[in-house]
Design a protein around this ligand. Structure first.
Ligand SMILES: C[C@@H](O)CC(=O)SCCNC(=O)CCNC(=O)[C@H](O)C(C)(C)COP(=O)(O)OP(=O)(O)OC[C@H]1O[C@@H](n2cnc3c(N)ncnc32)[C@H](O)[C@@H]1OP(=O)(O)O
Length: 712
């Protein structure tokens, strides 16, 4: 990230010093850039030729905040003294109290430390639709350059708290309404207006706003006490920032941030100079739950959609579902009615394949029926252009099989979205051995336009997410058959940070979907599948989960789910049938062992996914776990979390459970090798393996930055 970072200053004939931040791609603030900013400000303050200062960013972007490599370096050395002292040294002493006013000229975005610098200026001029925010909490830290003090004084306490706690950005338009932005101008006039405002302030025609001294948005406060209080809090903020940055949460969230941006780097595909082709019109074949969700995700991203169904009744139902999805955005304040109407106008329903002849891509989203999918692909090959991309949303069927009746294997791939498709961020781009790199590059770009997080995976049963988390569907049942209380299991898993416990998840997702998923994955991996009769017994006892209000929990409208302890008889029946509990008696385990017995098998299966090359890198599985299975993001994702525990420990526990309870816990070869060499699970490329062979992999959690460079 910190490559050709620099700060330039030009003093104009108008007496304005234009200071520009340059550090592609987001003008992030390196330590040297902050020092250079201080020096430039001091030079401008000392110069008789300078009346005022304008602070801007190069290449149409203001500043993305502190350069993340600074935080990585702190993680590497465990030394918070490596963090910059910008809050006092630059923002207070040079910008606010430096005797010459400065105005921020904002375009693109001003985030984190970037917005904090802008708030240290006397005024802020911005172009339309610029993003403004303090997203530090999303990286596990807090703003460390005065943002917690200045933002409330500019936008009001409640809005500031909302922005800080949610890490959400606002646009420059909202900023203008709130008082964070003083004027919105075109990009052509941005610097001219900013220079004029700086001179107006310097020459007394406009007020010199020191945001720390604004109290009108804070409600009636004694101004002098307030400034003293903010001086104390400013110290506290800086101290707290430095403490947080070394926390495991900060390390985990920083890893997720970097891992998310690494998923679109596919060796031999995205690094061979291919330019993504535009995908502007897409056909969705099948308007059921997934198809209507996919159609919604497309039109909300301004993509024209042709939604194909087989009869008017189904088509009407599909369009109604799309409308309901859009209404959900309106209800959540993300869309107004006008925008909803314009968005819906991008959707065209049809019963006729002829309407697909000019689309750039077809996404098939019908039932998981092989021959139906194969005939659809046969039909679209006859109708669509030779450049049209053929995608399937299948979650279980091989793409090779789906396309076997066509001769278009080079343009067939999977786009596996997760339900609800218009809300879930993750998408698996499933490539076959014959999918062309161009098609993959096209679809990666397409998923970014949808504002999705793509991971590129190879064709296998369950791809990366469902395959890795297959043990998560079975482990809880296995523990239940060992006599561990199912409500205790749910408590341990939710206390760890999962939104729902596994048994409540079964209730909500529906036993039919659960049984189908387990059946399909167990058929693919019989050597390590645990066949539990528990769910089938639940169905036989008239329990269908939330669907009929009776599952492991009872569901009554308007009240929280209640644990139904009467299911214990069904669990005991299952225990008798499986007979895996030693002596038929419940095993004694700690909460920590419950957590490990459920998640270590997931880590183990993920190791196989890595070893088989289903994913490009281990951190892709971290992103899959966070966005596909809601694994707590502050852990960094399932593999990052596993590396905080260590491959040796995980291997030793799985080995002992394998001996005690069977092949479900059988350690993978990948894990065994890493454990034998005391190496982390993330290091996996050939060059890294060469590094492993000389056994010099220097890896400790505190020394991650060096390793981090190997992760992505
Ligand atoms: C002083 C204190 O208050 C502490 C701070 O300021 S902490 C940092 C706070 N800032 C942020 O959290 C911003 C994080 N970045 C983003 O939200 C986005 O990157 C963006 C909105 C700035 C730009 O988004 P987009 O145009 O989609 O580009 P990407 O997200 O794909 O990023 C492009 C590459 O830039 C790298 N990058 C982004 N932010 C930073 C940063 N703060 N420091 C260093 N590098 C950054 C990102 O990793 C991508 O790199 P790649 O090699 O191209 O993958």
């Amino acid at each position: 990230m910190a490559n050709n970072a620099s700060i330039s200053m030009e003093i104009g004939n108008d007496g304005v010093a234009l200071i520009t931040m340059l550090n592609p791609p987001v003008n992030a603030l390196t330590l040297s850039a902050l020092e250079e900013l201080k020096r430039c400000y001091q030079e401008a303050i000392d110069s008789d030729n300078v009346k005022a200062i304008v602070l801007s960013g190069a290449d149409g972007r203001f500043c993305g905040g502190l350069d993340i490599s600074v935080v990585e370096n702190v993680h590497k050395h465990g030394d918070i003294s490596l963090l910059p002292d910008a809050s006092i040294g630059l923002v207070v002493n040079k910008m606010e109290n430096g005797k010459k006013p400065s105005v921020a000229a904002i375009q693109g975005f001003a985030l984190g430390g970037g917005l904090e610098l802008a708030m240290g200026c006397s005024a802020r001029i911005a172009t339309a639709e610029s993003d403004l925010g303090l997203p530090e909490l999303g990286l596990g830290v807090i703003p460390g350059c005065g943002g917690t003090q200045r933002l409330p004084r500019l936008v009001g306490t409640s809005k500031a708290v909302d922005m800080l706690m949610s890490s959400k950005t606002i646009t420059s338009e909202e900023g203008k309404q709130l008082g964070l932005i003083d004027a919105i101008v075109s990009s052509e006039e941005l610097l001219t207006v900013a220079r004029r405002r700086a001179l107006d302030i310097a020459e007394g025609r406009q007020p010199n706003c020191n945001s720390l001294q604004k109290t009108d948005k804070l409600g009636p406060q004694d101004e002098s006490l307030e400034i003293l209080k903010s001086a104390r809090q400013r110290y506290t903020e800086d101290k707290v920032f430095k403490e947080l940055v070394l926390s495991n949460t900060a390390k985990g969230l920083l890893h997720v941030f970097l891992a998310e941006r690494a998923t679109t780097k596919v060796p031999g595909v995205t690094d061979i100079g291919l330019t993504p082709r535009r995908i502007e019109k897409v056909a969705v074949v099948g308007g059921g739950l997934m198809g209507s969700g996919i159609a919604t995700a497309l039109i909300i991203s301004n993509i024209n959609v042709v939604l194909k169904e087989i009869n008017h009744e189904y088509l009407l139902k599909a369009v109604t579902s799309v409308e309901a999805n859009l209404q959900g955005f309106v209800t959540r304040g993300k869309l107004n009615q006008d925008k909803m109407k314009r968005t819906l106008s991008l959707l065209k329903g049809t019963l006729d394949y002829e309407d697909l002849k000019d689309v750039d891509m077809v996404i098939e989203a019908v039932n998981e029926n092989v021959s139906l999918k194969q005939s659809i692909f046969e039909d679209i090959e006859k109708i669509c252009t030779s450049e049209c991309i053929f995608a399937s949303n299948t979650s279980t069927i091989s793409l090779d099989v789906i396309g076997e009746r066509t001769s278009s294997q080079d343009r067939i791939l999977g786009i596996h979205l997760f339900s609800p498709a218009h809300l879930m961020p993750l998408v698996e781009i499933v490539r076959t051995e014959t999918t062309s790199p161009q098609v993959i590059v096209d679809v990666i770009k397409f998923t970014k336009i949808l504002k999705k997080v793509p991971i590129v995976v190879k064709n296998c049963t369950g791809f990366a997410v469902n395959r890795s988390f297959f043990p998560y569907m079975q482990g809880p049942d296995l523990l239940a058959n060992l006599g561990v209380d199912i409500f205790r299991i749910d408590r341990v898993i939710t206390e760890f940070g999962m939104r729902l416990g596994p048994f409540q998840l079964q209730d909500l997702s529906g036993y039919g979907i659960f049984l189908a998923g387990v059946k399909e994955l167990a058929a693919a991996f019989p050597d390590r599948a645990f066949q539990s009769p528990l769910v089938q017994l639940m169905v036989e006892n008239g329990r269908e989960g939330k669907k009929n209000g009776k599952g492991y929990y009872t569901y009554n409208k308007g009240s929280k789910p209640e644990a139904d302890h009467s299911v214990i008889q069904i669990v005991e029946e299952s225990m008798r049938l499986t007979n895996i509990a030693p002596g038929g008696k419940p095993i004694s385990v700690t909460d920590e062992e419950i957590l490990q017995m459920i998640f270590f098998p997931v880590v183990n299966e993920a190791c196989r996914v890595i070893e088989e090359g289903i994913v490009v890198r281990a951190s892709d599985i971290d992103i899959a776990s966070v966005h596909g299975f809601k694994f707590p993001s502050e852990t960094g994702g399932i593999m990052f979390w596993a590396d905080t525990i260590g491959s040796e420990y995980i291997y030793s526990k799985l080995k002992s459970w394998h001996e005690a309870y069977g092949d479900f816990f059988k350690p993978s070869t990948f894990l065994e090798q890493r454990a034998a060499n005391g190496l982390p699970l993330h290091i996996m490329t050939e060059s890294m393996q060469k590094k492993q062979e000389c056994k010099h992999a220097e890896f400790e959690l505190g020394n991650k930055a060096g390793g981090l460079a190997n992760y992505y």
